[in-house]
Design a protein around this ligand. Structure first.
Ligand code: PLP
Ligand code: SF4
Length: 460
């Protein structure tokens, strides 16, 4: 295969809050920008690498460059009072005080809504399976412990507490056995989604252990293995010139040869990420193995809140043989006041971009909120009996009988999430609200979960 020679063998080198001064572009930043980066990166995870720095960021357009906004900490991500306190410690060179203040802010910003994680964590043999989520009947989410970091970090990432405590992660040696045992007994599962962090941070050798376990012929019910990744954007050499890149592609072929789909769920935030030779060659090599690349990303203010950006991105994806999949509304994360886009505006951006592309790109669905009861699409805004409403559709339900259901919420131009919405048409609550309450109290589960979830934990 072509690839290696043209690109050389770039060595992966990361920069973060511990070695900011080694950033090749550090000296080109103003003193204020440097101080802001030092202050904010004490709180929010920051990681970039040479590829992101030299191939993706346009340094003549700082700080507005979308990839700079995607990866570099910005003053506006923190509350002004928090920010100025941290800046003080940076200027006075008091690293211990900076660390302490940063930790306090982190605790306050913790984005995990209480109980929500536990509702999705399955139980097997009385043991809570941390590292797994089984929220939707057909798809099991698996978070391998070695895959919980990324080649660079997105500033809006809702998984940031995972990265902040990254040193504490330990390898759970029986993960492969747990994965196989759970999939074997749960014949309702057709898809396993390996996710992170970024599973592509793992060596092919480690990834192969998980994937081969799933290729067991006994798992006839398994039709797709999905891998969620941003490596095509942040380190395409993973598929080109890294020492085990070829072996990785062999693994993808092997999945295909057992009659299953390998779906690479690629996170693309901006069309620029699709423009480099390295990314395009990586996509070509991946699709040659028979794997399918499906693309998804959230709508993020300062990064991609623009009609042209999405239309261009979907066109580029189709041209490169990939399939546009989800257009997400950014969920609540620590700094999301900086990134959020109201649902009404999200719908407008989606609609305008969607109307500019051909049907081959209209495989994309959205704007989609991945919320506690399920994935909710904002179908549109209309008037019913004189009331202005959002038309919403549950496109993936925690209870499969909810899937496909259309419902209405009072129009609210400022609402940014499902919690901000009120039912319309005189309804007292949304159709799923009662079940969700009972679920949190341990009184209700969808039928398919037949007692496999630990209700003690859910109600704790
Ligand atoms: C989105 C999601 C899935 C996959 O849903 P699809 O619509 O099949 O892509 C699975 N589990 C969780 C928790 C999800 O949020
Ligand atoms: S690639 Fe995904 S998991 Fe990694 S930092 Fe970005 S959003 Fe978070």
């Amino acid at each position: 295969m072509a690839g290696s020679l043209e690109f050389g063998r770039p060595q992966f080198r990361a920069y973060g809050c511990r070695n900011l001064h080694l950033l090749p572009q550090w000296r080109t930043l103003s003193r204020d920008q440097q101080t802001a980066i030092e202050a904010v990166s004490a709180v929010l995870p920051f990681r970039v690498n040479d590829y992101v720095l030299s191939e993706l960021i346009d340094w003549s357009n700082i700080p507005n460059d979308p990839i700079y906004q995607l990866t570099f900490p910005q003053a506006g991500m923190l509350e002004p009072t928090d920010f100025s306190r941290l800046v003080d410690f940076v200027i006075k060179e008091e690293p211990e005080a900076l660390k302490r203040a940063a930790r306090r802010i982190q605790r306050r910003m913790n984005p995990h809504p209480a109980g929500q994680m536990d509702l999705n964590v399955p139980v097997m043999g009385g043991e809570l399976l941390t590292g797994f989520q089984h929220k939707y009947r057909e798809t099991l989410l698996f978070f391998p412990s070695q895959g919980q970091t990324c080649h660079a970090y997105c500033t809006y990432c809702f998984r940031w507490p995972q990265f902040v405590g990254i040193e504490e992660l330990k390898f759970a040696s029986h993960e492969v056995e747990t994965l196989s045992a759970y999939v074997e007994t749960h014949t309702e599962i057709s898809d396993v989604l390996i996710t992170g962090g970024d599973p592509m941070i793992m060596s092919t050798k480690v990834l192969r252990k998980y994937v081969s376990a799933l290729l067991n012929p006994r798992f006839d019910h398994l039709s797709s293995i999905r891998i969620g990744t941003k490596a095509l954007s942040y380190w395409p050499y993973r598929f080109l010139t890294d020492p085990d890149a070829d072996d990785l592609l062999r693994l993808f072929e092997q999945v295909r040869n057992t009659g299953r789909q390998l779906a690479l769920m690629a996170h693309f935030s901006h069309p620029r990420e699709l423009e480099t030779d390295a990314c395009r060659e990586a996509m070509r090599r991946i699709t040659e193995t028979g794997a399918v690349i499906r693309c998804q990303a959230p709508l993020i203010r300062h990064v991609n809140d623009d009609v042209g950006v999405w239309a261009e991105m979907w066109r580029a994806q189709v041209r490169l043989g990939a399939v546009p999949y989800y257009f997400f509304v950014e969920r609540e994360t620590g700094p999301n006041h900086y990134f959020e886009v109201p649902l009404a505006r999200a719908r407008k951006i989606f609609n305008s971009a969607y109307s500019q592309v051909s049907g081959l790109a209209r495989t994309v669905r959205g704007p989609c909120m991945s919320a506690a009861p399920g994935k909710v699409e904002i179908v549109g805004v209309t008037e019913i009996g004189g009331e202005r409403v959002f038309v919403l559709k549950m496109i993936q339900g925690r209870d499969p009988s909810w899937t496909g259901r259309v419902f209405f919420a009072q129009f609210d131009s400022q609402a940014v999430w499902l919690n901000d919405l009120e039912p319309a048409q005189g309804e007292a609550e949304f159709f799923f609200a009662r079940s969700m309450r009972h679920m949190k109290d341990g009184l209700w589960r969808p039928d398919w979960q037949h007692g496999d979830f630990d209700d003690e934990t859910a109600s704790a």
